[in-house]
Write a protein that binds this ligand. Sequence first.
Ligand code: HMG
Ligand code: MG
Length: 298
Amino acid sequence: SNVPEIRIYEVGPRDGLQNEPKFVPTEVKVELIHKLASAGLKNIESASFVSPKWVKQMSDAVVVMKSIKRESDVNYPALVPNLKGYETAKTCNVEEIAIFPAGSEAFSQKNLNCSVKQGLDRFREVAQQAVKDGIRVRGYVSCVLGCPYEGPISPRTIAKITEELLAMGCYEVSLGDTIGVGTAGSVRRLMKEILQVAKPENIALHFHDTYGQGLSNLLAGLEFGVRTVDSSISGLGGCPYARGASGNLATEDLVYLLYGLGVNTNVDLVKLVEAGRFISNFLAKPTESKVNRALGDR
Ligand code: HMG
Ligand code: MG
């Protein structure tokens, strides 16, 4: 096949669980991470070192990071909002952190309690320290295709933030459609602007499937040469500060699509479906992954 490899960046244990109202016990989080690794996923965002006053669900980040049995070829990144979170992440020997400025002012206030500029200044300090310490830094931009409070956001604004994140040492910037309002059309308009400031190999796509556009948005983005895709097991996910946001593009659906495109993911779809059922059953809700549903109904 002439389709290059795609790097899947699983966000289920973090994005997938952070919005769940009932606390998921640490051992369930850890077991989920183990199942995802044994299905063949190589990048598993496992926790976030944010304020427990803001996101209670992630308040066991230290125990999660210290409890998982790390495979040597698996990357277990975690979200960090400030230097305080960074220091805690370091005590857990985290090898990669993710910083997450917002693409819109209103969302920055709701999610980080500061302006976009203040957020970037804060994250720059974190990134510079991490680079010094030899810890990889990934950047997210949220609300890249729309903000729950401000509506559409200009692609130019997102490109500027992307440029700043790369300049502060991020090896990659993940473009987050936090509330899942984008379409293939708005993805194309965004990507044209992004490629003015970044190479496609330094960009990742992070789509939420609120309006059912996740897979077609993804195909639109891949046409520009992007090779890293974020997804969440069973389609779990959502940000507590983004009203109306639903889950991420489901990892099972992504892997199924990639099989169809002839991309070798080295992911075992049967094991992935089992991991999806494990967490959906625990949360006592139906899976958001159509592939999981189709295979499960057999
Ligand atoms: P703040 O209230 O302005 O911060 O929140 P503060 O410095 O005034 O601290 C308030 C309290 O939190 C203090 O405790 C701090 O010590 C504590 P007190 O003195 O009152 O007892 N605190 C911390 N504790 C543990 N770890 C920390 C930490 N920092 C402060 N790191 C802050 C500012 C940034 C901390 C807060 O707004 C926050 O944690 N926000 C994170 C919200 C979040 O996690 N959102 C979801 C992730 S983003 C997302 O999902 C989008 C994404 O998926 C991409 C996409 O979909 O587009 C990435
Ligand atoms: Mg997200």
